[in-house]
Design a binder for this molecule. Structure first.
Ligand SMILES: NC(=O)c1ccc[n+]([C@@H]2O[C@H](COP(=O)([O-])OP(=O)(O)OC[C@H]3O[C@@H](n4cnc5c(N)ncnc54)[C@H](O)[C@@H]3O)[C@@H](O)[C@H]2O)c1
Length: 371
């Protein structure tokens, strides 16, 4: 199979979807890898490193999209990339279709096979999302502490406090992968941390592994209303896999928050868990709604591309190799993880939450694989 790796074009995106070790594995399995010149530079990977493992470099994204049977990317395709995709092409990347009708319609129209990293699931674990959630979770507490400074419009409270003075209150909504990492970093900074989830088993685990300055609280409307009023930083990491994020923090609730409270909505890539959240970029990461600072960057790990590229590709490479080796249909028949990753195929939505989000007909993947 011809595998194409374009340079990422989303704002401030410096990750790349393959490392030289990945090229080595594809070439060893007799696949051809074409990479856009300079695709790895943002992650500190030189063209020559790819070439020495057998990749062929191309001058433009156009050449990659035209020739590749499978495109491997990091972030969801931007408009100019949607236009270059063609019928039957396999696209492996983070897709985040549920909150984006335009993208969903564009990809359906193109008749591609859209395999979303964020819904590839092994034993209930989102194994390709996990490394990015670890990184975004860790970054989220650092950003929360940073924007809490009065220089950035925050309350002017130091996360860890100081002798004789209270530390800051961090509230983490969702105690999954991003949530536990946010809690660990916030706790390490010395903040008082509350983690809210709806999964009791998960909260038992969090109580066991998190340090003493963390506690868990059942997530429900009444508890959220109470907790957000006393929080200095609120970190949103709630997820229902493949679906639009539930809006746990309403516009009305902003009224009970004090001026200078910071919301870091990590879950913004799936739509965000605050009603007032809208996507932002690393170049322009925050905005203010009624004195509450919102940080809603959709590609947080892009700020640390060297770590993120290697963490992501460690998780995605085995699936990409399997798809390249067997073709997407056989790979999905053999591997339920890959089958769960397929969100759209040949003009049909085969992932239920995506179909529901856009009121589109849902075709179970099994039906597409049988044909
Ligand atoms: N912005 C970024 O750059 C970036 C990067 C990586 C991940 N993410 C996003 O972060 C989010 C979290 O990802 P994750 O891997 O940690 O997910 P996860 O599945 O590991 O965790 C989600 C948690 O939310 C909990 N939850 C569900 N409904 C809830 C509710 N009503 N109240 C409280 N908790 C609830 C679940 O029980 C689970 O523990 C996702 O939207 C993911 O796409 C964003």
């Amino acid at each position: 199979m011809i595998i194409g790796v374009p340079r990422e074009v989303k704002s401030d995106e410096n990750r790349v979807s393959i490392t030289p070790a990945g090229v080595h594995e594809f070439v060893k399995s007799r696949h051809e890898v074409i990479i856009e010149k300079g695709a790895g530079l943002g992650s500190g990977i030189l063209d020559a490193e790819y070439e020495s493992e057998g990749a062929r470099l191309k001058r433009s994204a156009g050449e990659i999209y035209k020739n590749a049977e499978m495109i491997i990317k990091v972030k969801e395709p931007q408009q100019q990339e949607i236009e270059m995709l063609h019928q039957g092409q396999i696209l492996c990347t983070f897709l985040h279709l549920a909150p984006d009708k335009h993208l969903t319609a564009g990809l359906l129209d193109k008749g591609i096979i859209g395999i979303a990293y964020e819904t590839i699931e092994v034993d209930g674990k989102l194994v390709c999302l996990e490394p990015m959630s670890e990184i975004a979770g860790k970054i989220s507490s650092l950003m929360g502490a940073y924007y809490l400074s009065s220089a950035h419009g925050g309350k002017g409270i130091l996360a860890g406090g100081v002798a004789g003075v209270h530390s800051a209150n961090f509230l983490v909504l969702g105690g999954g992968t991003a949530g536990i990492n946010a809690a660990k970093v916030a706790a390490g900074l010395g903040a008082k941390v509350a983690v809210m989830d709806i999964d009791l088993e998960r909260m038992r685990y969090l109580e066991d592994v998190l340090p003493k300055n963390c506690e868990t609280i059942m997530s429900n409307k009444i508890n959220i209303e109470f907790e957000i009023a006393r929080a200095d930083v609120i970190i949103g990491t709630v997820l229902i896999p493949g679906a639009k994020t539930p809006k746990l923090v309403t516009r009305e609730m902003l009224g009970v928050m004090k001026q200078g409270t910071v919301i870091v909505d990590v879950s913004i890539d799936q739509g965000g868990c605050a009603e007032t959240s809208r996507p932002t970029t690393h170049s322009n990461p925050v905005y203010d709604v009624g004195g509450v600072i919102h940080y809603c960057v959709t590609n947080m790990p892009a700020a640390y591309p060297r770590s993120s590229t290697f963490a992501l590709t460690n998780a995605t490479l085995p699936f990409a190799l399997e798809i390249a080796g067997s073709g997407w249909k056989k790979a999905a028949l053999r591997s339920s993880a890959i089958a769960m990753g397929v969100n759209i195929a040949e003009g049909r939505v085969v992932y239920q939450h995506v179909a529901e989000a856009h009121a589109l007909p849902y075709v179970p993947i099994e039906e597409v694989l049988r044909i």
